[in-house]
Structure formats: C-alpha cells, structure tokens
Design a protein around this ligand. Structure first.
Ligand code: ATP
Ligand code: MG
Length: 396
C-alpha cells in the first residue's frame, strides 16, 4: 500500500506546559532533532499537535536514528510508527495487522488496542475503533491473547489528520532542550564528577561552555586530551561546547611560593572560580557549574565550599551536592564518560596538594594569605588573555 510510511513520533513532556513560550521550546527541540539526524539521512521534522513527527525521506539505518534521538534532552519518548494517509477503516485495520506482523516475530504475548480519535468526523469513536481493530487482530493472529488490564503490549491506533499505528515506546532522557534555559560555564576537570555535573545541568536546557585549568608541564598533554575527550562525550548530549583551556602553571607556582601549603587547594580553587566568573561574563554564561559534593574531599566540606563560594558573585550550580560517589559513578557509566574519566593522567589539583589540607578554613585567614598575592590580578588577566579555545563537537 503506497500511502503507508514508516516514521518516528517524538513525544515531549515538560516543554508542553510552558504556555506562550511553548513554541520556542518546540522549535529548539525540532532544530536539535534536525541537526542530530543530519548524518543519518534525509529527514523531515515537523511539529504536529503537541508532538514532533520525524519522517525519513531517504534510506536510513534504524539503530543510529534511535541512538541520536535518545540523546536529545526534552524528548520523553520515541515511538517508531506506521503512518497511513487513508481514513478508510478497512485499510486502517489491515495496516494495524501489517504493523503487528512486521514488528513482532512471535505473538506469545497479551495485548490491548488503545485508540485516540482527534478527528471527530471519523465515524467510529475511540472505544469502537479499539474494539474493532482488536477483534480484527485476534481473528488474523490467533496466537494473541487480549488482556485489557495489564497487557504486555499496547497497540496504539491514533486517528488524527493521518492515522498512526505504534506499540513500541522507547524512553527518552527527558529534561528540556539545550538552549532553552541560557548558558552556563562548566568547570571541567579530567575527573569523574564534573562531566556528570555538566550533563545534569545541560539536561535542564542549559547550554554549556567549559573551562579547564591546565598546568603544563605538571599536567601532561594527555591530561588535556582527556578533558577534550570528556567534553566531546558530554557534547553528544549538550551539543557543541566551547572549551577554554587556561594556562595555570604560573599562578599555581605563585600560590605555592607565597601561601601556607595547607591552604593551597582552597586558594587555588578560589582563583579558579574568579577566572571562570570573568570568562563566563565575557562569553555570556549566566552561572558556573562544578562537580562538587559535600564532604567528598577536604576542599568540599561545607566550610571549604563556603570559602570558595565567597569569591564570586555569579550563582554556582553544584548539581552533585547531595550525591554519593557511587551514584555519580552510575551516571558517568550511563553517559559513557566513566572509562575516560578513570584514565590515570594527573590533574593540576593532585600535584600541589598538601599532606594535611585545611578542612575548616576561615574566610578571614584565607583572605589574609591571599593578600600576599600582589601580582595575582595581573596574572589572572594574563592567563585569560592566553586561553586556548577548543571548539568541541560530538564525537559520534
Ligand atoms: P572531578 O571528579 O570533577 O575532578 P573532584 O572530586 O576531583 O571532581 P576537585 O578536584 O576538588 O574534585 O574539584 C572540584 C571541582 O572543581 C570539579 O568537579 C571541577 O568542577 C572543578 N575543577 C577541579 N579541577 C579543575 C581543573 N583542572 N579545571 C577545571 N575545573 C576543575
Ligand atoms: Mg578532580
């Protein structure tokens, strides 16, 4: 039957409730879908009654399309559908049967037909459509069993401007489309936590820039490559990331020379925050993001976090603040940053750490030590002027 096609229905959740702004969110989501599917073939992406309809106009492979779609924030579900441009009920029933035969090899499951009728001119109501299609499927596939309460499979028949038949609902990531909620600056190290933090903030629709402090030669070229690789993986979900690589060696050595060693980490982190805030302001990012979590290390006690936080005015988002390490590891495995994060390249924080770092720093004593850093403002400016910008795009 020539008027039957295969396509994908994309369902979104939260963005549907955004009132007047709704179309902005929908447009962003549709753009992300178009962009993501470019390497997979020729697709027409259109908005249709509170969902997005993705229609192939060329040959394509099914799995890569699903993989791409299932990485786009804002998508709640992806339904591979059979679409019929004909409202003849006999043809609708035959289409449902054809769908079942193509979709399933065996029929040793229970099912139920669910129906929706958006076009009220259609002569049967939802209930009647469901009953008749169900009976037709049973007649033609005797192995099937009906279970209206808890079926293994729900077969949807939706009558809108066209007819959609589907039964498989592939769960999406949820969240909101990236770019619908401004931009933030992710402080990205080579560790496990910060890529996960970036992922979680991007999930809320926030576009990401990133900043990485590189202390060459104490941190190797490989350590930098590792951060670039992590940014690439995060960008599979967040889209392109501008990664700012800040030359940090001189500043680190200067703090090392001038300040009490047990305070090194806190002072270094405060300077990282100052630099991140300046670069964020320069580039239009509205907040900073870190991978900190309470109590994980000496620099993440409440006192340490407070002392670090006090240095900048911009909001600092710490989405992992209440997470256990294992919970963070679980997400990093799911998003596939874990394997890269655990590669053993030094990061700049592990080189200059003191044996007994302060765990309850007082802001006053830290500020007193920092007064010794007379040249620090110039050094910060110099570091920012010498940032290497790497434009990171998804690696797959
Ligand atoms: P991660 O696993 O993200 O490296 P961590 O547990 O090692 O975190 P710290 O080293 O104390 O924790 O760093 C806390 C946060 O500071 C990191 O999550 C990250 O956001 C930021 N950060 C640390 N080092 C760097 C760096 N070299 N460049 C950019 N950001 C950094
Ligand atoms: Mg780290």
């Amino acid at each position: 039957m020539a008027d039957i096609k295969r396509a994908f229905l994309v369902k979104y959740g939260e963005i549907a409730i955004k009132g007047k702004n709704r179309y902005i969110f929908e447009n962003i989501l549709a753009d992300h879908i178009r962009e993501a599917l470019k390497p997979c073939g020729d697709f027409r992406v259109s908005k249709e009654q509170g969902r997005i309809f993705v229609e192939p106009h060329s040959d394509y492979d099914y799995d890569p399309v699903i993989k791409k779609l299932s990485r786009i924030f804002g998508i709640v579900a992806i339904c591979p559908v059979m679409v019929l441009e004909n409202m003849d009920f006999e043809i609708i029933k035959q289409t449902a049967l054809m769908y079942m035969k193509e979709e399933y090899d065996e029929f040793n499951f229970t099912f139920k037909v669910e129906s929706r009728r958006a076009d009220k001119r259609f002569p049967l109501n939802s209930m009647e459509i469901a009953c008749e299609v169900g009976a037709y499927l049973l007649d033609n596939i005797p192995e099937l069993t009906v279970d209206v309460r808890k079926p293994d499979v729900k077969v949807w028949v939706e009558i809108r401007t066209r007819v959609y038949v589907y039964s498989k609902i592939i769960k999406g990531l949820g969240g909101m489309p990236v770019g619908s909620n401004g931009k933030a600056m992710l402080m990205l190290s080579g560790g496990i936590d910060s890529p996960v933090a970036g992922y979680l903030i991007a999930k809320r629709g926030v576009k990401l820039d990133a900043i990485y402090y590189h202390s060459h030669p104490y941190t190797s070229e490989r350590a930098k490559e590792k951060v670039v690789d992590l940014a690439k993986i995060v960008s599979r979900y967040s889209g392109r990331i501008n990664l700012n690589v800040v030359p940090f060696t001189d500043i680190q050595l200067y703090i090392y020379e001038q300040c009490p060693h047990e305070q090194l980490t806190i002072i270094m982190r405060r300077i990282m925050m100052r630099i991140a805030e300046k670069v964020a302001e320069r580039d239009g990012a509205l907040a900073l993001v870190t991978g900190e979590s309470i109590g994980q290390v000496a620099s993440q006690t409440i006192q340490s976090l407070t002392t670090t936080n006090a240095v900048c005015e911009m909001p600092v988002f710490r989405p992992l603040i209440g997470f256990d390490k294992q919970e963070i590891v679980d997400i990093s495995e799911k998003i596939e940053t874990y394997e890269t994060s655990i590669l053993p390249y030094e990061d700049c924080c592990t080189i200059f750490v003191a044996k007994h770092p302060v765990t309850k720093p007082s802001l006053k004593s830290i500020e007193r030590s920092e007064r010794r850093l007379e040249k620090i403002d110039d050094m910060i400016e110099e570091a920012i002027n010498n940032i290497e910008l790497i434009k990171v795009t998804p690696d797959e």
